[in-house]
Structure formats: C-alpha cells, structure tokens
Design a protein. Structure first.
Length: 311
C-alpha cells in the first residue's frame, strides 16, 4: 500500500462509533497493529537492511511476534503524543475529537491477552491485504490474474492504488461520523496561536525534508543501477520518507509541549467576587468596610401604637 494509514480501514468493523472496541478488543492496538508491518520501511532511511526485514514483518510468523511488539511500542508513543496532538485540533472540534481519542479505561480480567489479540488481528489484516496487492505474495499465486498487465501496469498495481484511495475515503467518512456523534468533553490545554504556528512549521518541515531526502536516495539508487522507472513509482519512497519525518516532527513537538507549563482556565465557581456582587445595593456592605452584611444587622424597633397598647 502506498499509504500505510489506509490499512486502518480494515479494522474499522471492530471499532464502535464512540471509538471503543467491540467486545474486549482494544482499538488503539487494532490500528497500531494494522500499521506495524510497514514500520521497518519508514526506518529504512536510517537503518540499513530495514527494507529487507520487511519481508519478515509481512509474514505470519512476524505477525505474531515482531509486529505485536511494534504495535505495543506505537501505542506507547501514542500515549505520549495524544494530548499535544489534540491541542492542535481547531477549538470547535477539540472537545468532540477528545471524546473519541481518549480511552474509556475499560479492562477485562484477561486484558494482556486481548492486547495481544488486538495487535495481532490488526497486523493480520495488513498482511492479508498486501498479499493481493504486491508481487511475489501468496495472494498473487492464489489469483494469477492479478499479475496480468493492463495498460502497461500489472492488475495488482491498480488494486493497490485504488484500494489505498478508497480506504482513505472510508477513514475520512468514519472520522466525520464518529466526531459528529460524540459528546464534547473537557479539551484540556491548547497551545497559543504562536505556539500552534511553530508546531505546524516544525511538523511540516520535518516531513518535507525527510520526504525529499528519501526520494533523492531512491533516485540515486535506481539511476546508479541503470533501472527504468515511472513517475508514479516515486510515491512509495515519498510517503515513507514524509511519514518518517512527520513522526519525528510530532514526537519533538510532543516532548516540547510536555515540558512547557500549562495555564489552566479558572473555574467559574472559583471566580472572585465582582464589584457588582459586593455592592450595597444588593444588601451587602462594600468589601473591606468591616461592617456586617445588612441582612445580619439588628432591626431598629419602632414604637407604634396598635390596639392593646403593645409596642
């Protein structure tokens, strides 16, 4: 898949509208597992041999071993960056998005098992999907027609790119549906407009630089090997490079965000008494006068004549 994020669409049947998992499944690990087999490709820019190791992460042996570990690591990072990322969401949507992204803290007695099952299930959807969209996979051997050439490209290539685009549309529709139906929660602290601008500059800059370097390295490799290539073949290199840079940029922003002090908005119940509330016109003496409130001052008895001569 040229867009790894598209793989998350395969686990949506296991996620409810409110962002919780169906049954004891953990949605964060489902999504992280669906990304895990591709993580070595993102690291290939700095780790020699990472591309080759991807053949193991895309095997069923890798699904139940390395991919589960990578998914757990991704969820740990997600716990670090979630609140800072939520702070970048526009104010009108932040409370609703927060309701979907924050965990419900619902655990079963077998939660370690369900964490493992969720991560492995997500990784399995990735490996099965890729089997029908990449060369030399068991899916193409099962359906040889996918290797037939149409208009200069193999059929699996069309399935790969069309599937990626369709999955992105499904993810966008699901996100709109879930956020639209969510009840807003306390959004938490958010960066100032200046800090927000710096954050987006950092994140975008890291993605652009890493994507450019990855494409340049790929072009150097294919030209040095004397290989012919088509413009669309740049897309995977661009996505892996930009995705790696995006991750680095978001992580740096999150670390800075956690390190800076946050000013909490004052609760309305804790608001100081206003001048209007201490006005004598409302039955109280001005603050600092030392006088009791008028409602507690004894009334002056007035003698007036009534029947019986009682005062």
């Amino acid at each position: 898949m040229p867009f790894t994020i598209s793989h998350a669409a395969a686990v949506l049947p296991f996620v409810r509208r409110d962002g919780s998992g169906r049954g004891p499944l953990v949605p964060a690990l489902l999504v992280a597992g669906s990304f895990a087999p591709d993580l070595t490709y993102y690291a290939a820019g700095v780790l020699p041999g990472a591309m080759g190791f991807g053949s193991f992460t895309h095997s069923f042996t890798g699904v139940f071993t390395v991919d589960v570990g990578l998914a757990l690591a991704l969820v740990a990072l997600w716990g670090l960056i979630r609140e800072p990322v939520l702070g970048l969401v526009p104010g009108r949507l932040r409370g609703r998005v927060g309701a979907v992204l924050r965990p419900s803290r619902r655990r079963t007695g077998w939660w370690p098992l369900w964490w493992y099952v969720s991560a492995a299930l997500g990784a399995t959807t990735h490996v099965v999907w890729d089997a029908f969209t990449h060369p030399d996979r068991w899916g193409l051997r099962l359906f040889p027609v996918l290797g037939e050439t149409f208009a200069g490209s193999p059929l699996y290539w069309y399935v790969q790119y069309a599937g990626s685009a369709a999955a992105l549309a499904v993810l966008a529709a699901f996100a709109w549906w879930t956020v639209r139906g969510a009840a807003p929660v306390e959004p938490g602290p958010a960066p100032s407009p200046g800090e927000r601008w710096l954050a987006w500059t950092l994140i975008t800059g890291c993605a652009c630089v890493a994507g450019t370097l990855r494409v340049a390295n790929w072009l150097s490799y294919v030209d040095g090997a004397g290989l012919t290539w088509q413009p669309w073949e740049i897309i995977p290199a661009l996505c892996f490079g930009a995705g790696a840079g995006l991750g680095v940029g978001v992580l740096l922003y999150a670390l800075v965000s956690h390190g800076r002090p946050h000013r909490r908005a004052q609760s309305p119940q804790a608001a100081p008494t206003t001048a209007a509330n201490s006005s004598p016109a409302l039955g109280r003496e001005p603050a600092g006068s030392g006088a009791e409130p008028r409602s507690f001052q004894p009334r002056r008895r007035l003698r007036r004549g009534v029947r019986g001569g009682a005062p």
